[in-house]
Design a protein around this ligand. Structure first.
Ligand code: URA
Length: 432
């Protein structure tokens, strides 16, 4: 088999066989196919697409390119959730103890942030002492003992994705449905959970700009999961504005803690309860997602979810005394309010741009090597639909480096205000 024939076949819009896709991914994994040929095939896939069967084969080939986590030593069904990425998305930190408190097993691997999106691992590392790398035995024991552990990905999970993603990043081939679906699903399947809930974001701050595109991506990933024997559901959720009010690592942990103490923003709480309800249904703790919602609500209102959160953080070495004084936990050296200079209704809160402002304040990485200022970020004071007067506070910026006027100007530009009234947008468009 020759790689050039495979590239030409996809270039001409033909369907690749199982053998051809496996040949490619095995060659990527053992370094026998040069990067220029892989890049050419990636671009052909961007332009000509792949059907669901090809995408399933690609996912399976990628899944076998590295370690596969064996969670069979954990009793009961293991649940996992994956968000396709956004701004202010701290749901894992809330959802994991929420479902764990109801009895489900959460053995989760999370990733770091890059560019405008944050990553759960960075958020957890804002808690002093939190250890993201447990041995496999310690990981399994913790989940058996307290139902939840969240760690970083092992170095060799889905090796082919690391190679492909770094090429996609520099060849304009990130944004293609089969490549996104296989990249996400191969990692989720390698993570070993029985049930997976996908939170597919749509909107300005997401990969998929429209709900229709998000639905196509979700349907493809559900189909891949089913073809490979896992229970997969997907929520389509709005990322036209950040989720909750906090953007930035310590600020987001604080908002997660407040939500677990029944004091968080309502949109964030609702998303977590709906997702938890689905996960409990998938794991067969209840016979409908609605009953799962009620069960999750009970663990939240009773304080049981917060107790599980504290046990989880402490079990991984985190200093839970920092949650006794949240002001000190999030206190950055500098802060600056962003003030409205026109009146009207808030139509748009540009999630991606806000994520970039937050990154420039120090909360995120422009390159993988950058270090993070955990206390940097943005607290939003307004949401889409609000009536705004001149002089109202729109947001507050936080950083340990002096906050430049240009960051304030960039932040003001993220708030689109005009005279027409506007309904508050729905947060969850559909659950598939
Ligand atoms: N997230 C991933 O893990 N992979 C993609 O390709 C896109 C988003």
């Amino acid at each position: 088999m020759r790689m050039v024939d495979i590239i030409e076949k996809k270039r001409d819009g033909l369907t690749l066989t199982q053998e051809e896709i496996k040949f490619w991914i095995e060659g990527v994994t053992n370094n026998t196919i040069p990067e220029y040929q892989t890049s050419a095939l990636l671009m052909a896939i961007v332009l000509k697409g792949m059907n669901v069967e090809e995408t399933t084969v690609l996912t399976e080939a990628m899944l076998h390119s590295g370690d596969i986590i064996d969670l069979t030593a954990i009793a009961g069904k293991k649940v996992d959730k994956h968000s396709t990425g956004g701004v202010g998305d701290k749901t894992t930190i809330i959802l994991s103890p929420l479902v764990a408190a109801a009895g489900a097993k959460v053995a989760k691997m999370s990733g770091r942030g890059l560019g405008h999106t944050g990553g759960t691992l960075d958020k957890l590392e804002a808690i002093p002492g939190y250890n993201i790398s447990l041995t496999s035995d310690a990981f399994i024991k913790q989940v058996n003992d307290i139902n939840v552990a969240v760690v970083g990905q092992t170095g060799n999970l889905v090796y082919a994705d690391k190679v492909l993603y770094s090429l996609r990043d520099v060849t304009g081939t990130v944004n293609a449905l089969p490549l996104i679906a296989s990249s996400i699903m191969s990692k989720k399947l390698a993570g070993g959970a029985d049930c997976i809930l996908l939170d597919v974001k749509y909107g300005e701050g997401a990969f998929m700009k429209t709900v229709e595109d998000a639905r196509k991506l979700a349907e493809t990933m559900i189909q891949i999961g089913q073809n490979l024997g896992r229970e997969v559901n997907a929520m389509l959720t709005n990322m036209n504005q950040p989720l909750g009010n906090a953007i930035g690592n310590a600020l987001e942990v604080r908002e997660a803690v407040e939500t677990l103490k029944n004091n968080g923003p309502k949109d964030l709480e609702e998303l977590c309860l709906v997702a938890a309800g689905y996960m409990l249904f998938q794991a067969q703790f209840v016979d409908s997602p609605e009953k799962g919602y009620d069960m999750a609500l009970e663990t939240l209102r009773s304080g049981k979810a917060y107790e599980v959160f504290l046990s989880w953080i402490a079990a991984q070495g985190g200093d839970i005394s920092v949650f006794e004084d949240l002001d000190t936990f999030t206190h950055a050296t500098y802060s600056k309010e962003v003030i409205a200079n026109k009146e009207g209704y808030l139509h748009d809160l540009k999630a991606m741009e806000l994520g970039l402002v937050s990154m420039h304040l120090g909360a995120g990485r422009q390159t993988k090597e950058d270090t993070i200022d955990y206390k940097a970020g943005i607290m939003l004071s307004q949401e889409v639909g609000n009536k705004i007067e001149v002089g109202d506070v729109l947001a507050t910026l936080y950083s340990d480096q002096e906050i430049l006027e240009s960051h304030v100007q960039d932040a003001v530009a993220c708030f689109e205000i005009n005279n027409d009234t506007i309904e508050k947008p729905e947060l969850i468009a559909a659950i598939l």
